[in-house]
Design a binder for this molecule. Structure first.
Ligand SMILES: [Zn+2]
Ligand SMILES: [Zn+2]
Length: 210
């Protein structure tokens, strides 16, 4: 083919170039040739299947946990009943005596059994102070639950921050930009506790199955 005269080439726009091939990453599922989702390792279909499998597994786990909890509650109720019965029997036989209210010293008392397996370690309280004692126990239990939640949050935070460390810089920068957004347009600094919470929240919103 003869060359075109060079002076005809003043408008390069007229020359059509092939479109660059889009960078295509292949789905990591064995034998799948699908295109990986942006930021993901699997194609949309494989990802959807993985999420569904995760949900199914999770549902089974939750159902099993519920069954265990029911069984546990039944066990607890039985144990508590048995502890109370043993105490009543011991009082009738006179092998154990009622104590006095541990708060006011009154002799008109009810027993609180903390652990049915150690039903002899009764805490004696009058009717008036029974509520106070039960309330104190509820507060103790609530405190323990709060501590456990706190510990779980620290675990999750460490896990997510480690995952973020491994991200490509641009994805990381995008999450960090989200984390900087404070209330009322305030810009949070990376040391702020709310920044870290936002960062974890952004990561989980972006990657819920992680
Ligand atoms: Zn796939
Ligand atoms: Zn009392």
């Amino acid at each position: 083919m003869p060359f075109r005269p060079l002076d005809e080439l003043d408008d390069l726009e007229e020359i059509e170039l092939p479109q660059p091939l889009p960078l295509r990453r292949i789905c990591s599922t064995k034998a799948c040739r699908g295109t990986a989702r942006p930021g993901g390792r699997h194609c949309l279909a494989c990802h959807a299947r993985a999420v569904q499998r995760y949900r199914d597994r999770r549902a089974q786990q939750l159902a099993a946990r519920r069954r265990d909890a029911d069984a546990l509650r039944d066990d607890r109720t039985r144990a508590a009943d048995s502890g109370r019965a043993k105490l009543a029997m011991a009082l009738r036989r006179g092998t154990m005596q009622r104590g006095v209210c541990q708060i006011c010293g009154t002799t008109d008392v009810l027993g609180i059994i903390e652990d049915p397996a150690r039903w002899r370690e009764v805490v004696w309280v009058c009717r008036e102070h029974r509520e106070a004692e039960l309330e104190r126990r509820r507060e103790d239990a609530a405190q323990r639950t709060a501590n456990a939640k706190q510990a779980a949050w620290y675990d999750e935070r460490a896990r997510v921050l480690a995952a973020i460390e491994l991200l490509p810089l641009d994805e990381r920068a995008r999450l960090e930009a989200l984390a900087e957004r404070g209330p009322a347009g305030m810009r949070l600094s990376p040391g702020a506790p709310l920044y870290v919470m936002n960062l974890v929240r952004a990561f989980k919103a972006w990657c819920p199955s992680a």
